[in-house]
Design a protein around this ligand. Structure first.
Ligand SMILES: N[C@@H](CCC(=O)N[C@@H](CS)C(=O)NCC(=O)O)C(=O)O
Length: 242
């Protein structure tokens, strides 16, 4: 009846939970729910998360979905978690919640919209909309700019901290999705934001070796996905000329 983490490593919020558990020495069982195979719609998984999304956890009889809520729960439920992840100070907690809420309606909105339209929709045979791709990229770029010039203005990690919090981990895992874009697009979108790039490296170092281990799936699929997306865009270009 220990902790079970239902996750798919291609999902940024899933990776954040897995890295967090590993870094903090939390004993857990990882249960893979492959979203590209629609395993999130199985009746067994519906009993864990009726919203059909990953990640989710079951800690004994207690079930929880939504990655931010899960990270807060784990930080409070497992005494071995270092305090910098979710400091007990009320004001610091409130600021972390503020970043996490901002993340869902800005950075993640842009990143998830971009990934869905450029990668997930074509893989699943669903329609993808160039206008939505464009708008999602704009939201993502605006969010990176806010990170560079506002959220990261005071120090190495968010909120001027010298060590990462759950917010750093969530946001960095999200930005890692850019690895699935072409090398040129990834560079074009990310490289103007020097502080963001450095902060990502610092978060990786602070969570090594687990960060890279959990992202292995993303790194491994990168080449194939990039080649496949180039083929898709060539096909689309040809179609538009016909
Ligand atoms: N707000 C949720 C987002 C969860 C989410 O969007 N999960 C995606 C993968 S990153 C998913 O399960 N997608 C499958 C689907 O919606 O069918 C969280 O932070 O946990």
């Amino acid at each position: 009846m220990g902790l079970k983490v239902y996750a798919d490593r291609i999902s940024p919020p899933s990776r954040a939970i897995l890295i967090f558990c590993k870094v903090n020495g939390i004993d857990f069982e990882e249960i893979q729910v492959e979203i590209l195979k629609n395993q999130q719609y199985s009746s067994e998984y519906k009993a864990i998360n009726p919203m059909h999304q990953v990640p989710a956890i079951a800690d004994g009889r207690f079930k929880l979905f939504e990655s931010h809520a899960i990270l807060i729960y784990l930080s409070c439920a497992f005494p071995g978690v270092a305090s910098h992840w979710y400091p007990s100070d009320l004001f610091k907690r409130a600021k972390i919640h503020s970043i996490l809420d901002w993340h869902h309606s800005n950075l993640r909105r842009g990143s998830a919209g971009l990934i869905f339209n450029t990668y997930v929709a074509p893989v699943k045979g669903l329609p993808s909309y160039p206008q939505v791709t464009k708008e999602s990229e704009q939201i993502l770029i605006r969010s990176l700019s806010k990170l560079e010039f506002f959220w990261l203005k005071d120090g190495q990690f968010l909120l001027g901290s010298s060590q990462p919090s759950i917010a750093d981990l969530c946001l960095v895992c999200e930005i890692m999705e850019l690895e699935l874009q072409s090398e040129e697009d990834c560079h074009r979108i990310l490289s103007p934001y020097k502080k963001v790039v450095r902060w990502m490296e610092d978060t990786k170092s602070a969570t090594a070796p687990h960060f890279d281990e959990v992202h292995e799936v993303l790194f491994k699929s990168q080449k194939g996905i990039r080649e496949w997306m180039t083929t898709q865009s060539v096909k689309t270009e040809l179609k538009s000329k016909m």
